[in-house]
Design a protein around this ligand. Sequence first.
Ligand SMILES: Nc1ncnc2c1ncn2[C@@H]1O[C@H](COP(=O)(O)OP(=O)(O)OP(=O)(O)O)[C@@H](O)[C@H]1O
Ligand SMILES: [Mg+2]
Length: 255
Amino acid sequence: MTRTLVIANQKGGVGKSTSVMNLGIALGERGLRVLLVDLDPQGGLTAAFGIDSYNTRLSTFMLLAHEQVSLARVVRPVRPRVALVPASIDLAASEIQLAAVADRAHRLRNALRRSRIPFDYVLIDTPPGLGILTANGLVAADELLIPVQCQYLAMRGVRALMETVVRIKNSLNPTLRLAGLFGTMFRTESQHGQEVVDELRAVFGPKMFKTLIHYDDVVAEAPLVGLSVLEYMPRHPIAQGYRALSEEIVNGRVE
Ligand SMILES: Nc1ncnc2c1ncn2[C@@H]1O[C@H](COP(=O)(O)OP(=O)(O)OP(=O)(O)O)[C@@H](O)[C@H]1O
Ligand SMILES: [Mg+2]
């Protein structure tokens, strides 16, 4: 059975796209078939795979705007077991384009359901904010994965996101469940980062993954050459961190 996870946090720059890419590659390394979906008009995930979202037409937007477009038409293989639906710049107009569409939050879900391409994992990257694109991700997924930057005020964003999740659960997607949260950009030398992690553990208990992704410049370097950290520096602690996180996610599987 396919497991569909949406990676969301309306706070910008917390490591959503980085985590989707590196987790995707980590799952692929385990022999799993993975689909990555880029819902962000900025196309950070798409760019990290060396695809130009300004010159892409066959994208997530096609799935949202045109019901007759199949996943098979827009999906691209990016690694042996990993495929990507790229973002295109026209996603930026989705809010307006889809305003009059009744099932606008269900478009991605419908497209994934219609597809017969077999995947073990689908990871959906969402933009910052809680608009129609993030809503499509939350409706299409069974599980929510929240990266939290280990930094001051991190909890604020998580609270607002949890309120949105309750609303989505009550209205559009009753089966959505929290897979868990994980800390990103953790700095060992920062007392404050540890306080954020302690608070998250106190509030979310076992829903907070044990793995913490540390802060390291290698994260910014790898995508410049179109690679995940796992491929760029396979033994690097960041690569090991994403492998450990993928293991926690796979083992926490709910059948
Ligand atoms: N563990 C890390 N260590 C150092 N830098 C990181 C780490 N994770 C992410 N970054 C950097 O932080 C920036 C934001 O990361 P990323 O794009 O993954 O966040 P995002 O949540 O997807 O942002 P947005 O909300 O804008 O889509 C990028 O420049 C990325 O290289
Ligand atoms: Mg992003």
